[in-house]
Design a protein around this ligand. Sequence first.
Ligand code: ADP
Length: 249
Amino acid sequence: MKRNITVSATIGNANGNGRHSASTGFASRFEEQLTFETPTMKRYRTILLFGAPGSGKGTQGKILGNIPGFYHSATGDIFRSLDLQSEMGRKFWEYASRGELVPDEFTVKLWRQYIQGLEMINQFRPETEFLVLDGLPRNLKQRQLLEDTIDVVKIIYLRADLNKMVERLKRRALKENRFDDASDSVIRKRMEVYEKETRPVLDTYPKDRIVRVDATMSQIRLLTEIVKQLVPLKEAMDKEHEADFAGHA
Ligand code: ADP
C-alpha cells in the first residue's frame, strides 16, 4: 500500500550531529511543499530522552547521535533553526519567550514533516537506525498524536535536583545566547510546564521501558550508563536486519 506524504523542499541542519549541511532556509521553504509517494511507514524505533529543561538531554543526545545506528532529533533545535522573520519562526518565538509550549498540532506536524524529509533523502535510515528523540512528546496530546509514528522502545529519564537544573540553564543562557534561558521568570515557567504537562507523559509508558539515571553524574559516566542500556537494543536490531537481508538474498 502507498500513501502520500508531504515533505519540505529544503531541510535545515537541526539534528545537532552535522550530518547534513545543505542547511539554510528550512523555515522559509517549509511552505513550498512537494508531495512524494512512499511505502506505508513503519513506526520509528525510538529511544526517548526524557527530563526537565537543563537535565542534559540535548548534550547526551548530540553525543549519541554521533554513534552509528542512532539518529538524534531535538524539537528545540528544529524550532531554533526557523527563520524568526517567518510566520512559523514568529510563532515559536511567541510561545518560547514566555516559557510555554508551542501548540501541539503545529509542533507535531513540523517535526513529522522534518523527519520524513530526512528519511526521504537518506539522512535518517529507520531500518537500521534508532531515533533518539529529545523534547517530544512533551504532553499527553503530543503523545497521542505521535502514537502512529514512534515506537518507544526505551526511555532514558534524566533526573536531577531542580536547583541544579536552574543553575545549568542560567549558565547555558550565557554560553548559547538562548533567550528562553535568560530570565528567571521564564525558567520558572518552563519548570512549571514540565511538572504539570510533561512529567505525566512518563506514567503512560510501561515501567520496564523506563531507565532512571542520575543527571548530576559526570558527562562521561552518564554517557556510559546510557550506552550500556542501548547496546543490547542495537545488537538486536542488527541481528534482525541481517536476518532480513539473508532472507532477501
Ligand atoms: P529545554 O528542554 O531546555 O526547555 P528545548 O530546546 O527542548 O529546551 O525547547 C525550547 C522551547 O521550544 C520550549 O520551551 C518550547 O517553547 C519549544 N518546544 C520544544 N519542544 C517542544 C514540543 N515538543 N512541544 C511544544 N513546544 C516545544
